[in-house]
Design a protein around this ligand. Sequence first.
Ligand code: PBG
Length: 328
Amino acid sequence: MLRRPRRNRQSAAVRGLVRETQLDTSHLVYPLFLVDGKDVKEEIPSLPGNYRMSLDHMLREIGECMALGLRSFIVFPAVPDARKDREATYSYDPDNFYLKAARAIKREFPECCLMSDVAMDPYSSDGHDGLVRGGKILNDETLPILARMAVAQAEAGFDFLGPSDMMDGRVGYLREALDAAGYTDTGILSYTAKYASAFYGPFRDALDSAPRAEADIPGDKKTYQMDPANKREALIEAELDTMEGADMLMVKPALNYLDVIHLLKSEFELPIAAYHVSGECAMLIAACRNGWLDYEQAMPETLLAIRRAGADIILTYFAKDFARMQQR
Ligand code: PBG
């Protein structure tokens, strides 16, 4: 035998030399759920090990992560029903606890990278990402609401904003609104190929943000999020987001869509992010808690696979655990 591929696997040192994919804490973004109030820390039943936290706990959590070298966070607000309305007005209310929290986080940790979604769903009494009128989810009429939300978030100190509703013309409209308000340094992480997936369940439990099925409104997001059957369509979305000024392109979910991550990485120059979503993490946690899989092996292998497919950045609920493992 002239060719023996095993020669390159014979020791940890050799394997290190030929390893094609690196996975490091610096690639990870940690999603966190914020609630109003003080001293609140409630575990999310469908995503064990993850919590809805008030600001005091979140500052402590972020401090621990920073000490582990994990510096990027995406924060989602769990908004009480009483503050939700059909126009998501609370999203840009100056008294909004989420915007206040962002200011406090950036004051205490100016060197962190803080990200936010820009979409109506956490603030909407209809539970949809866009404005609902006459049984329809309106595309263009939602834009001014998103622009007000985005400018308020930039003003509060968020570094990157993620237009996440998968509707049309978001990136360009928000880029112009941000620039006009003077926030030329605030970046846009576009949810470029976000699929109408069954794997967002635990996230919607955490925020109580599932679309409300009512007489005239659909109970799912299929008229705006992408059909899981489609891949070529992701190229159209990526091209539009690129032209409109996105700084990073995201694919979501990650594991069932590794081919889409790979495709966008091959076809576009912008950094590619992958959102390893709540349901994907929950499945692995469940198997590990049952003793069916080994968490310390299965978890990093999963993140490595997302990197190997082409993701530069991974948003994952495992970020802190990975950072802790890497420190050892
Ligand atoms: C909101 C949003 C969702 C997620 C991130 N931003 C849910 C949805 O579209 O219904 C899901 C993330 C996760 O499941 O971890 N537009």
